[in-house]
Design a protein around this ligand. Structure first.
Ligand code: PLP
Length: 457
């Protein structure tokens, strides 16, 4: 059985990656999500990892306490089999450590760290690298919260910004980016692909090459990829040369819209630096969050696969609908599209996020949203239930109107996150809501009242 924690001779725990095999068979991540890294013997035989709801951990001896602190504060190098002992839950906790080790399996990462939210994962990672006078290079559009953090706070700390649009081949952008950076230092490049909400792609390998060309004084920028939309199942940025993958674990990883959390996984050296800052600004997740996510990981592959299958049906339906002007879904990318080759190279499957434009601008989009019955009107994504929202007035309302138009976030654009319901029910809901578009404006509350009558029959 998989055992991650084991008492070594010195009383320290050590990693045993060889237990990931059955005979000669290397196990797939979904087979390891139930047991990897957890030893029931260390928890009274409990089959499932308990919630280690504790702020602090008792040391066996003063010598142990000293050794743990030496490692935690980087006062000496780790011994070859030595692992950081448990000290205090802002630094580490078994629920978080086991979760971090399991998250690493999907992306084949060397190390991981879990945070209180996707935003705290992103903010801690950026702050670990950016200093006054530096430049952050990033793709646009980014998640609304990231966009806000970058534009409203980083400039106040003296960090310069150079953004470039998703959906454009890197060869057309590179020279311009290099010129705008000039001779300033670029410690990090942050991209989000597919972009939110348009599903426009950024070529990860192309960005890795760009980053190498921005090397100053021997340090090449750390390439960070927000992989929330397709990862950790359908896109593996580390395999394409990225250094760090970021997640809002609130979305697919959590998957039930009942927990807010974040994570990063990647090269050990990069994750260690971020994890150290996590300790000192206190952005680690708590044990209860860790436990909920451990539970979610057991069904991650099933959920993401079912959601993606549903989304294909819904996207096809929308694509044929006369009131829908365009559908942005990776599964509908035509072979002659300039980004099709990038899609084939870096995405395993199209995922379950669809953006589509309804003829008639904001009014039409609102009518559609107000008439949905099964699909909820809410931001967020990646949960078991389907959600719909209006990016221009909700998640992306902070983007300048001119920029919104340029980035394809038009007034008639609706984003849906497809869940695990029956796809025919989802299509029926979308069908009746589209029928209501242009047929006189009814408010959501009026529709709701009708629903209550109907449901109580
Ligand atoms: C939701 C989201 C975030 C922020 O995550 P929180 O968990 O809400 O803090 C970051 N990036 C993307 C792509 C997201 O969808």
């Amino acid at each position: 059985m998989a055992k991650y924690y084991k008492e070594g001779e010195s009383g320290k725990r050590k990693l045993e990656p060889e237990t990931m095999r059955v005979g000669k068979k290397q196990l797939q991540p979904e087979s390891m999500m139930m047991t990897y890294g957890y030893d029931p013997e260390l928890s009274e035989g409990a089959l499932k990892c308990p919630i280690f709801q504790t702020s602090t951990f008792a040391f066996k001896s003063a010598e142990d306490g000293k050794a743990f602190f030496e490692l935690a504060l980087g006062l000496r190098e780790k011994g070859p089999t030595e692992e950081l002992g448990l000290i205090y839950s802002r630094l580490n906790n078994p629920d978080l450590e086991i979760l971090e080790n399991r998250l690493c399996l999907w992306d084949e990462a060397e190390a991981g760290a879990v945070f209180q939210s996707g935003m705290s994962a992103i903010a801690t990672s950026l702050l670990a690298y950016l200093r006054p006078g530096d430049v952050l290079v990033f793709s646009e559009p980014l998640y609304g919260g990231t966009e806000y953090l970058i534009h409203h706070y980083l400039p106040e700390f003296g960090v310069g910004l150079v953004g470039f649009p998703a959906g454009v081949p890197m060869a057309e952008l590179e020279a311009g980016i290099r010129e705008r950076v000039g001779d300033r230092r670029v410690p990090a490049v942050l991209i989000e692909t597919p972009a939110n909400p348009t599903n426009h792609l950024v070529d990860i390998e192309g960005v890795v090459r760009l980053a190498q060309s921005l090397t100053r004084g021997g340090d090449s920028p750390v390439v960070m990829v927000d992989n929330t939309f397709l990862g950790p199942l359908f896109q593996h940025p580390l395999a394409l040369g990225a250094d760090l993958v970021l997640y809002s674990a609130t979305k697919f990883i959590g998957g039930h819209s009942d927990v807010v959390a974040g994570a990063c996984v990647g090269r050990r050296e990069v994750v260690e630096r971020i994890r150290t800052l996590r300790t000192f600004i206190g952005t680690a997740a708590g044990p209860w969050t860790g436990w909920l996510l451990l539970r979610s990981l057991e069904t991650l592959k099933m959920r993401m696969t079912a959601q993606m299958k549903n989304a294909r049906y819904v996207a096809d339906y929308l694509n044929d609908h006369p009131k829908v002007k365009r559908v942005e879904y990776l599964g509908l990318l035509p072979e002659q599209h300039p980004m099709y080759a990038v899609y084939r190279k870096q995405c395993v499957a199209p995922g379950s996020l669809i953006a589509f434009e309804i003829d008639g601008g904001e009014g039409a989009a609102f009518q559609f949203l107000n008439h949905l019955k099964l699909i909820s009107l809410a931001v967020s994504l990646g949960g078991t239930e389907s959600l719909a929202e209006h990016p221009a007035s909700m998640t992306h309302s902070d983007v300048e109107p001119g920029d919104r138009e340029r980035l394809g976030i038009t007034e008639g654009l609706v984003r849906v996150s497809i869940g695990v319901e029956h796809f025919e029910d989802l299509i029926a809901d979308i069908e009746q809501a589209l029928e209501a578009v242009g047929a006189g404006a009814a408010s959501r509350s009026a529709t709701k009242e009708r629903d209550v009558v109907k449901m109580s029959k």
